[in-house]
Design a protein around this ligand. Structure first.
Ligand code: ZN
Length: 60
């Protein structure tokens, strides 16, 4: 398990390019449980596996 804290990322017009390596075909997603009811969505670059946190929370 990768415990490295994901890098904060903001989305301008569109986010499909990895700021780390320049990969252009979008991201994989991962869900990190924050509380019993809430998860955070983490973006993972399929190329360099850098993790990004756009601060998206979902209720489940
Ligand atoms: Zn990348």
């Amino acid at each position: 398990m990768d415990n490295k804290k994901p890098e904060q990322i903001t989305i301008a017009e569109e986010l499909h390019v990895c700021p780390e390596c320049g990969y252009e075909d979008g991201f994989h997603t991962s869900f990190v449980r924050q509380t019993k009811e809430k998860c955070k969505i983490i973006l993972i670059c399929p190329s360099c596996h850098a993790r990004f946190d756009p601060n998206w929370m979902i209720s489940i």
